[in-house]
Write a protein that binds this ligand. Structure first.
Ligand code: ATP
Ligand code: MG
Length: 423
């Protein structure tokens, strides 16, 4: 089926004037082969080309393949409109809040197909690109050419277009040079690009850590000053971004970098208020978070399951724990837990289903610290004992006073491994 598609395409000479704007890297000069690309992505790209459209694999997938990393997902860019794309594929759905994109589903794999879009520009004002009074893009469905599409992307290294039919790469922004130099460089004027979409600041930090690149000076310089703009982003979108920041295998280094750039404060203001105090206790909290994230990074490498509930329980623990130290009155506890969560939801949405887990992990800390032989069985059979125990181990890694208590629970599980079997 794919072979037929290639044949049908051999004579097609697409987008000549587009290519003339950019550099073409022929197959001999780069290491991407068809074999390294998802068969479904190939199918989507080649089917679009067969139907007479331009279509390229674009973004993170091309970048990662050139760096010999396994792409997380494959995105396609095309000159077909969302409706034209949908008409070609059985399992295609048009979605999108800020702009329309098409999802083509193959079992568990989702191929994201977007129509070439133009960057937000004054010449489009009043058409379909709209910004709010702070320069943030709130709608941008302005279609454009491949060149426009390259310019509206975030970083140069994310703006490479791979043609699956003739295996060439189109580079309009000298991205290959930046890839070779391992430089993360934003496209266009950094201040305007961050104002248009403050999430680009989070993406800069995440990608830089993940790829072990260095950030270009112009790209990194404005981040600290512009970091408060993050607060304008919806809490639902920030939830997605927080998961990408902390649960993608480089959480510890990302956390350190986010604090350096004043961004962690925008995402978790209550926590940063405590971390920044520079006391012995605040240093312990920082260590608790970095230890936890480094465990998470390890678990991800080993393909072990992770849950956002544990992540949020850790990131908000310094707030709750400081409160407990100040007011040790029992009846206030429940209210305070709820207040802390409500305050956090103003910046980053936490899905409802995770809240009971977080609360249990916190609540069980008290039980684990003040154990009694008679009540141990009840505690150990609590459905969230395992997570709460892991949390206590983590706390005992930064607090020697807890070592004995955590050993008690470790020994108790060992003494009867069947009954308290680890999940
Ligand atoms: P990864 O999937 O490895 O996290 P990625 O670069 O592929 O990284 P995606 O979120 O899959 O990230 O986005 C795909 C492409 O869409 C990017 O490579 C980039 O070209 C473009 N893009 C994504 N987010 C933005 C943004 N906020 N502003 C401009 N372009 C963006
Ligand atoms: Mg991607």
């Amino acid at each position: 089926m794919l072979k037929q598609l290639y044949k049908a395409l051999v004579s097609k000479n697409n987008a000549i004037e587009e290519k003339s704007l950019g550099r073409i890297i022929r197959h001999q000069s780069h290491a991407i082969s068809r074999n390294s690309i998802s068969i479904n992505a190939l199918n989507v790209a080649l089917s679009l080309q067969k139907a007479g459209y331009d279509a390229y694999i674009v973004g993170g997938a091309v970048r990662d393949l050139l760096l010999k990393k396994k792409p997380k997902d494959f995105d396609i860019a095309t000159d077909a409109t969302p409706e034209q794309i949908r008409a070609l594929f059985k399992r295609a759905r048009i979605i999108g809040r800020r702009f329309k994109i098409v999802h083509v589903r193959y079992g568990r794999e989702l191929i994201e197909v977007t129509t070439f879009r133009a960057n937000h520009d004054t010449k489009f004002k009043g058409k379909s690109s709209i910004t709010n009074n702070k320069g943030m893009l709130i709608r941008d469905n302005v279609y454009g050419t491949l060149h426009d599409d390259a310019l509206r992307r975030d970083f140069t290294i994310n703006a490479l277009y791979f043609n699956a039919q003739n295996l060439t790469i189109i580079d309009h922004l000298n991205a290959i040079e930046d890839l070779k130099k391992r430089k993360l460089k934003i496209i266009g004027n950094p201040i305007n690009r961050y104002k248009e979409d403050p999430v680009r600041m989070l993406r800069a930090i995440r990608l830089n850590i993940k790829l072990k690149f260095s950030i270009d000076n112009e790209t990194s310089r404005p981040i600290k000053d512009l970091s408060p703009l993050i607060k304008q982003v919806s809490n639902a979108r920030l939830y997605d971004e927080v998961l990408k920041l902390f649960l993608h295998g480089y959480g510890k280094d990302t956390f350190i970098s986010l604090r350096k750039f004043n961004i962690f404060k925008q995402l978790f203001p209550q926590t940063e208020e405590i971390l920044k105090k520079n006391t012995n206790q605040s240093k312990k909290y920082i260590l608790l978070i970095t230890n936890s994230l480094s465990n998470t990074d390890d678990r991800i490498k080993k393909n072990k399951p992770i849950t956002p509930a544990f992540l949020f329980a850790v990131l908000l623990w310094p707030v709750l724990d400081s409160f407990k130290k100040e007011f040790n009155k029992k009846n206030l506890y429940k209210d305070e837990v709820q207040n802390i969560i409500n305050e956090q939801l103003k910046t980053v949405a936490i899905p409802k289903r995770f809240i009971p887990s977080m609360k249990d992990i916190w609540y069980l800390q008290k039980k684990l610290e003040n154990f009694s032989a008679q009540k141990s069985l009840q505690t150990i059979n609590h459905p969230r004992f395992r997570a709460a125990y892991d949390f206590l181990i983590l706390r005992s890694s930064v607090d020697i006073n807890l070592k004995e208590k955590s050993s008690y629970w470790t020994d108790l599980q060992k003494s009867n491994p069947k009954k308290y079997s680890k999940k």
